[in-house]
Design a protein around this ligand. Sequence first.
Ligand code: AMP
Length: 204
Amino acid sequence: MPHRYKTVLLFGAPGAGKGTQGKILGKIPGFFHLACGDVFRSLDMTSELGKQFLQYSSRGELVPDELTIEMWSQNMHAQTVLSLYKPKEDLLVLDGIPRNVAQAKALEKYINVLKVIHLVCPDEDAMVHRMRRRALKENRIDDADEKVIRRRFEVYRLETQPVLDHYPKALITEVSAIGSPAAVLQHVLEVVVPVQDSHFRNPL
Ligand code: AMP
């Protein structure tokens, strides 16, 4: 399908800086970043979809797949109509979706996955430390408790590993999440810039 969106998927454990990296990438011409959680949070919470989102997210659960894919595809369509995302010029950077194999399969109709970036931190203690510091700074009570953080890692592993296994190994690049946002960005760019270069015609 030639019109599928050319896409890079961002995966990363809690605290790996996925949100930060995605946001920075989205500011660079030629990249369009979309975080599924942000789209859900921007819904009108009095609408039917908004209410459904609140119902699931407040329990820490995923929104059902069909609803998620429907919401996501409508949002993508709107972004293209508004010319905020230009599929012929921009590499799509997705984060927070797909969250399971069913979503990965449903997305195949819409996206052509050129690369999967997995932000990894071999040192879980360092990540816990980073998250607790962030929790104190940003007043995020969910991340202030170490037990809760460790549980989120477990959930992430259970949730993400099957999704990663769904994609060919050759597509997946592990990038170390250790270091400053700029240092991590440097490694992320080493992976995504060649993808952008080889799939889009860039002006001289
Ligand atoms: P996040 O900001 O990615 O942690 O997402 C916040 C909440 O939005 C999640 O707890 C889910 O309820 C919902 N959500 C975000 N992305 C998805 C997705 N791909 N599938 C289902 N629910 C999602």
